[in-house]
Each structure stands twice: as C-alpha cells, then as structure tokens.
Ligand binder design. Sequence first.
Ligand code: ZN
Length: 222
Amino acid sequence: MDEITKLISGFRSFRRENFTDNRSRFQDLVRRGQSPRIMIIACSDSRVDPAIVTGAEPGDLFVVRNVANLVPPCQGDGHHHGTSAALEYAVRSLGVAHIIVFGHACCGGIRALVESGVESENGEPGATDFVGSWMEIARPAYDEVVRAMPGAGVAEQAAACEKLGVKTSLANLETFPWIASAVAAGDLHLHGWYFDIVEGALCALDAENGEFRPAEDLFPLA
Ligand SMILES: [Zn+2]
C-alpha cells in the first residue's frame, strides 16, 4: 500500500504548502467559480501531466485526458462522448479562449495503433474492448505515415504518427459547429503542442508551415 500512502503524504504537503499558503486564491476560486482561459487535451499517460509540465496553478487549466490525447469528430449519436462533453462545457459554458492538443513522445496508444497496423499486415489483428476502436480516430494520421514512410520501423512511424495525430485532432475540433464558429469569430484559438519526454522539449505547431517548432520560438517569453 506504499503507493497509496505516498498520495496521502503528498496531499498533506499540498495542503500545507499550496492550499494553506494560497487560501485566499482557493476561496476566490470557490466563491467566483472557475474561469480558465485554456483547455488542454492531453494523454492519460502518467508521465505527461500538462499542469505539472507547464507549471499551471489551480484554476488555470480545464483539462481532459484520454488515450493518446485524441479529439473524436463531432458525432451527435446519443452515445456517451466524454471528450466531446468536456469540449462543449469548456467552449459553450466556460468560454475558454484557447484549446491546446497536447501530444507527446513515446505514446503507448499511438504505438498500439502502429503495431496493430503491422500485425494486421501479418494477419494477426490485436483485440481490445475499447482501445482499438478509440485509436481509430488517429487512423488518418497513421495512413498518412504509412504512405510517407512505408519502410520505416515501428518507433519511427509512431513518432511521426504522434505529431500527425495532433493535426488530426485539431481538424476534428473544427467539426464541432460551436468551435468552428468561435474560431471564425476570433474568440477561440486552437494549438497543437508536442512534449518530447526524451529530450525534455516542448514544441508547438507552426500554422504557417505545418511544422513543429520549439514553443518558445512561436511564443517568445517577455
Ligand atoms: Zn500517450
């Protein structure tokens, strides 16, 4: 149970160092409610917590995390769409000004997609209850990778697919009518980021040329 008591101990530290010292900030957030300016869609991967990576504070980020930081296309089919529900709340109720799709290196979900492609080529499709069909959202990215680099190994294809998957999710964001209209009105800005956990680098998608560049180049620090 050490892994659980570590969390309790961590909470005690948080309460002492963050909550107590910033009591007025928390009380303010409770009284006025949250009004984050930024929504982040990140992977569930335990290594890529966007709040930790960006040094964000309580109240700063509205976050949804799922396998491989994917945004599904808008589908009003009455099924349970957790990510789409979070998007709707962030955009229509909270009125966030930015949505960041937060991709990352060494993504297990993307790797599973690439490996399933290799397995199906070999006639050995992998079977999952939910992950396989969820990862189909990134299929257009994978297909593009296979076309562009057919002879590359799994690791190389996966790395390319992680970045293209961010672009696929950005395109899917625009299929939600209230996102497309907010973007067109200039009230909402969409961003693609990529956190390289090997190099410890943060890159951002340059809309000018479709390339990922160091985030500080696109957003210079004051
Ligand atoms: Zn991931």
